[in-house]
Ligand binder design. Structure first.
Ligand SMILES: Cc1cc2nc3c(=O)[nH]c(=O)nc-3n(C[C@H](O)[C@H](O)[C@H](O)COP(=O)(O)OP(=O)(O)OC[C@H]3O[C@@H](n4cnc5c(N)ncnc54)[C@H](O)[C@@H]3O)c2cc1C
Length: 590
């Protein structure tokens, strides 16, 4: 029997990026808010040296990530396979604990471009419907770039983003990304200092006629105070960023940006080690949630509004176990919860070795330190005759330098993967190698989806989320094309040896740590017939439930998702505090 707690205005499930933004905005608007976080407490004050840089703990044992002995997902490539549980983190580990994955993310912080929001109609208009693979289920967003722009701006200023604008109010800016949508003003902080890899990439890109610019980075390039009055330090390029907490408070994470604002409001209470197992409903109303607390007790938290911000996996899982919406069935095409799962891997990866005096100082870096081009993303180049849509961002990065890091020490092609020769190569090339990577646009497909696993359950008794996923035909063609293009760039960077790898033929759920962006399952759309939530992230079925996060994406463009997750959270918060609380019910545009 659950213990029933006093009701609150809003209960938030999951206190990562999306949850902490909702917490800050709604509590500051005077609503009584409780945040329930499945993982433990993590505060800035706990990040102390030298423990904060313990590579074994954080790069190898992934101690900031989800504890897979309590809950995990199962994976299969196709519906005729038996899905197996992930017993250790594979290609895309995910977060747990206060701040979510936002606490230990890398910080590449992009906006989608205007055509990304109208993908289906854009492709059909320019190339015809035949360009979209028959098995693809891509659809337009119900929101335009222009509608989301103020919320992108709000997120970027809340987190003190460092970068160089490429388009301010329609005026192209030298040194920025000329392909981005118009922004109202420049970034709150100037770009980070450029690394040597970035300089080599920039020179090669210029030589080939591309438009290089600094990767937008969620590491403050100078001391910064955000509009909530929360101050951040300046990045010291220590090389321990992704997978780690930041000991100088320079990385934009909920703890350094949004959580202090929520906690200072006096209206926000956060409860950690609180795993929500169900959203409770009565008719078409959410009445609150049931969770298991740190002592194993079942608690019921009643609330007028439920905000589900528990990341892609749990957003779908909790909707399904709570019986909200109809689960998607790929056989019949019916149902929407779990539909349009997408992810994007490295469509190209190019390691480059140098012998002649190029020293990269790889022990330095930050999670989002790099130089990029978008000339080959989306529809920024003509696809006539290519047989695929989309493309990728290409980024030369210096993310972290520890020898145990996931991306640190590539070796030249032909080096054995273990043994004495490998050790010699690692020692020789530690400071003489760099790399660039392409992350690709990924369509949604009929067969890529999330469902409840019939065989495996989590510690709390709920079925695990089962991912059915494989790389689509469009992405394979795209990757082959990009490998050829990246050969040109790699050669122009004049290494002594290099390789350019494309996507593997099949998705491998046991592959090494790669790119960490899962989307879909509760996509937004124009009507209950095509989506789980409306443009305000409000459930069509249960109007006092808001489902916030990358689960709302109908497909994923090449850009890392969190800039858009942040913008959607600000949009949802604005809709709740300025419209929903005054007139509870479905939010309809005039
Ligand atoms: C290592 C790493 C690097 C990344 N780098 C980048 C990057 O450079 N750029 C980028 O754009 N994105 C990056 N991402 C992705 C980024 O972190 C996510 O997009 C972002 O954190 C999503 O925010 P969220 O609030 O939706 O989810 P999260 O930040 O993951 O927060 C969700 C929270 O919900 C909690 N939760 C889940 N289920 C329950 C439950 N049942 N009850 C209670 N709580 C629950 C989780 O414990 C978690 O704390 C990275 C991710 C990882 C893991």
């Amino acid at each position: 029997m659950a213990t029933r707690l006093p009701p609150v205005d809003v209960v938030i499930i999951g206190v990562g990026w999306a949850g902490s933004i909702l917490a800050a905005e709604l509590s500051r608007a005077g609503l009584k808010v409780v945040g329930l976080e499945r993982g433990g407490y993590r505060g800035q004050e706990q990040i102390v040296m030298p423990e904060a840089h313990d590579q074994l703990k954080y790069d190898r044992r992934l101690e900031h990530f989800e504890d897979l002995s309590r809950s995990t997902i199962t994976i299969r490539n196709t519906t005729d396979e038996l899905a197996r549980p992930q017993r250790r983190h594979g290609p895309f580990p995910w977060g747990e604990g206060l701040g979510g994955a936002g606490f230990h993310w890398a910080g590449w912080t992009w906006r989608h471009t205007p055509p990304d929001f109208k993908l289906r109609s854009h492709v059909i208009e320019r190339y015809g419907a035949d360009m979209i693979p028959e098995t693809s289920t891509i659809q337009d967003w119900p929101i335009t770039y222009d509608e989301l722009e103020p919320y992108y701006d709000q997120f970027e200023y809340a987190i003190g983003l460092s970068g160089k604008a490429g388009n301010i109010k329609g005026q192209i800016q030298a040194g920025g990304n000329p392909f981005e949508g118009p922004r109202r003003r420049d970034y709150p902080n100037p770009p980070l200092k450029q690394c040597h890899a970035g300089a080599l990439f920039e020179a090669a890109a210029n030589e080939l006629g591309y438009h290089p610019f600094p990767v937008p980075a969620a590491q403050a390039s100078q001391p910064y105070t955000n509009p909530y009055g929360v101050s951040m330090g300046e990045c010291v390029y220590c090389g321990f960023c992704m997978n780690y907490g930041c000991e100088v408070s320079a990385k934009s994470v909920p703890q350094t940006t949004t959580l202090p604002a929520a906690l200072d409001s006096g209206n926000f209470e956060v409860r950690t080690n609180a795993a929500v197992i169900r959203i409770n409903t009565s008719g078409n109303r959410a009445t609150g949630v049931t969770y298991i607390d740190g002592q194993g007790r079942e608690m019921e938290q009643p609330a007028d509004i439920v905000a589900l911000a528990a990341f892609t996996w749990s957003n779908s899982q909790l909707l399904m176990v709570s019986g909200i919406g109809e689960p998607y069935d790929p056989g019949t095409g019916t149902g929407l919860v779990g539909k349009n799962y997408a992810w994007h891997g490295a469509s190209v990866f190019a390691p480059l070795a140098y012998e002649d005096g190029h020293i990269f100082n790889t022990f330095m870096g930050t999670g989002a330190l790099g130089t990029a081009i978008c000339d080959l993303q989306g529809d920024n180049f003509d696809h006539g005759g290519l047989g695929f849509v989309g493309g990728n961002i290409l980024c030369a990065m210096q993310m972290s330098g520890g020898p145990l890091g996931p991306f640190t020490v590539p070796t030249p092609p032909g080096t054995p993967g273990w043994g004495g020769e490998w050790k010699k190569a690692i020692a020789h090339y530690y400071n003489r190698m760099t790399w660039f990577v392409g992350i690709h646009d990924h369509l949604a497909y009929r067969g890529n989806y999330l469902s409840l696993d019939p065989n495996y359950r989590d510690k709390f008794g709920n079925p695990l989320i089962r991912l059915t996923y494989d790389i689509g035909p469009n992405e394979q063609k795209l990757s082959q094309y990009m490998v050829a293009k990246c050969e040109e760039i790699a050669k122009a960077m004049k290494p002594s040896a290099h390789a350019v790898y494309g996507l593997p033929p099949r998705f491998d759920g046991g592959a090494a740590y790669g790119i960490v962006h899962q989307v879909g399952g509760a996509m937004c759309g124009e009507s209950p017939a095509d989506s789980v939530v409306n443009k305000y992230m409000q459930s069509w079925d249960v109007p006092n439930l808001f489902v916030v996060g990358a689960s709302a994406f109908p497909q994923i463009p090449a850009f890392n998702p969190t800039g858009t997750v942040g913008a959607l959270a600000y949009l949802a918060a604005d809709a709740i505090k300025t419209r929903y609380v005054n007139s509870p019910g479905p939010l309809v545009d005039a």
